[in-house]
Write a protein that binds this ligand. Sequence first.
Ligand code: MEV
Length: 317
Amino acid sequence: MPAISASVPGKIILFGEHAVVYGRPAIAVPVEQVRAKAIITPGIHQPSGSVLIQAPNIKIEALLSELPAENPLAATVRSVFDTLKISHPPALVIRISSTIPIAAGLGSGAAVTVAIIRALSDYLGRRLSNEQVSNLSYEIEKLHHGTPSGIDNTVTTFQKPVYFQRISDHQVIIEIISFPKPFTILIADTGVPSPTSITVGDVRRAWIERSDYYEGIFDNIAEVVQNARKAIESGSIEKLGELMNANHQLLRELDLSSQQIENLVQASQHAGALGAKLSGGGRGGNVIVLASELQATELSEILKSAGATRVIPTQVR
Ligand code: MEV
């Protein structure tokens, strides 16, 4: 049996993070420059039924049977076997690697999960539909951070820009968005890891205490998202920049910014960027900056001088 692999892009949220956990819409796009990969090979020297998981990036090399139920890699592999009703898998090696920074708002957890599901189901000759892949990875996302919206697993599964809204536990709106005019965003890393589970948990606690206030902000974010969709579909790049700034302001009101984020946002605004905002969980991770093509190179340097540990220019289309 030859090796089978799957490679899955990261993602970035353009508009609507956090509010999307509370049933509001959000827009996210794949980021092709960073990827997670899973390779499945036969476990030639292993006893039958043994599955070896190797994830050198996070220093894991263990048999599936040794890993606890809540380990997301093990849970992913087990969920594929359960879905395909495979009780005695062939001896396998699953090797996982990723260039997606962890805890940076780039969807590394979801991308790894989707890569494993795709490679493993293909290896077993039972390709799963996008919907099945996304649903399985949504369940694994719950292990990463208790109350995921599902946007990360959706974008990494479909690998297209999406407008996403979770209406209820079982009902989601997923619409692929088209960009008549491609635009450039710079994804600037603060270099500060910020696990989504922590910021999502903090927002939940604050929402429980002051739900009217938080619901009001989520509604304002939802309005920004709707307007952003219109701006994207009509190619109004200046409007999109203004909406990014407005979304950032609302995220600040949710207490999700930090000094490092503000340094990058302000540096890009002073340099004449069209818009800038934090993206993903916040408090660290990445800032996204909307730039004209002419500005992109200069802005990248400015962002690095303002503290960005790396800048990924990406064309959204
Ligand atoms: C994480 O990429 C985005 C959040 O909105 C959480 C979620 O949607 O599950 C912060």
